[in-house]
Write a protein that binds this ligand. Structure first.
Ligand SMILES: Nc1ncnc2c1ncn2[C@@H]1O[C@H](COP(=O)(O)OP(=O)(O)O)[C@@H](O)[C@H]1O
Ligand SMILES: [Mg+2]
Length: 251
């Protein structure tokens, strides 16, 4: 395993007797974007929750840059440089956009000067300069999501885990987000894992895919390789995926 990697090995999770994940393993390195896909209820959010400490697995190991972090609290895991976004946006609604990002940097122990410097950089990178003095409560949905990701980056994480960041966005907002996300891992020491239902976004953004169905891994590897796996097409991509895979093979 590369030194700068977040890895999960043999992860199983039970919720009151229901097996949500069965023996799932994945690894994420700096510089790469890994797509985690699968039908609703297949265990994608649960896997992020295991990586960030919100859910404790009944078996398996999580390593971050060689250190074992299995079962640690979310606070301790965050200190290892793992940041996430949630399926439902969580911002300080009474603070401005800039204050939300700055507060996240300060919470990571930055000086005021460093926190503000990072905030300015992130406002620019996420195209939020015009909205920086707006209250979070007044933001459009697409802007809220961008602020949430900027906040997650304010602590300079080594790994960023995004749970459906483009959900509820229109096509223009989704494309704008994709352009920002695509640049992140190359510009900093960062590995990114992304869950999203928008297959077009996932296929354009990700370097590799990991596919879950009913809590089990049914495919992993390069995007073009995985989208052609019969098991994946059958379980998940359906007729649409088959058509896309066919087109890609034909073209
Ligand atoms: N906190 C929880 N308590 C009980 N069951 C849960 C909990 N979180 C998830 N589940 C169940 O685990 C399975 C996987 O859920 P989830 O990881 O949210 O799937 P996905 O994100 O792929 O849609 C589902 O059957 C879901 O109902
Ligand atoms: Mg989910």
């Amino acid at each position: 395993m590369p030194k700068n990697a977040l890895s999960a090995t043999g992860i199983s999770v039970d919720f009151f007797g229901l097996r949500a994940l069965s023996d799932v393993s994945l690894a994420l390195s700096h510089g790469e974007i890994l797509g985690l896909i699968g039908p609703n209820g297949s265990g994608k959010t649960t896997l992020i929750n295991v990586l960030t400490g919100q859910v404790k697995p009944i078996s398996g190991k999580v390593l971050c840059n060689g250190a074992e972090i299995t079962g640690l609290s979310p606070r301790k895991i965050a200190k290892h440089g793992i940041a996430r976004s949630f399926q439902v946006v969580r911002l300080f609604r009474g603070l401005t956009v800039a204050e939300n990002i700055e507060a996240a940097a300060l919470a990571k122990g930055c000086s005021r000067r460093t926190a503000w410097h990072r905030t300015e950089q992130l406002l620019s990178e996420f195209d939020l300069e015009e909205q920086q003095d707006q209250l979070a409560a007044a933001l459009s949905y697409g802007d809220e999501r961008r602020v949430e990701i900027a906040r997650a980056l304010a602590g300079k994480p080594g790994f960023l885990l995004l749970d459906e960041p483009a959900a509820g966005m229109n096509d223009a907002e989704g494309d704008a987000l994709l352009r920002i996300l695509a640049r992140l891992p190359g510009e900093r020491e960062l590995g990114m894992l992304i869950i999203d239902h928008d297959m077009s976004l996932i296929m354009r953004l990700c370097h590799r895919l990991h596919v879950l169905a009913s809590g089990k891994t049914i495919g992993e590897g390069g995007v073009d390789e995985v989208r052609r796996l019969p098991r994946v097409i059958e379980a998940y991509l359906g007729a649409e995926g088959q058509e896309e895979a066919g087109n890609a093979a034909g073209g």
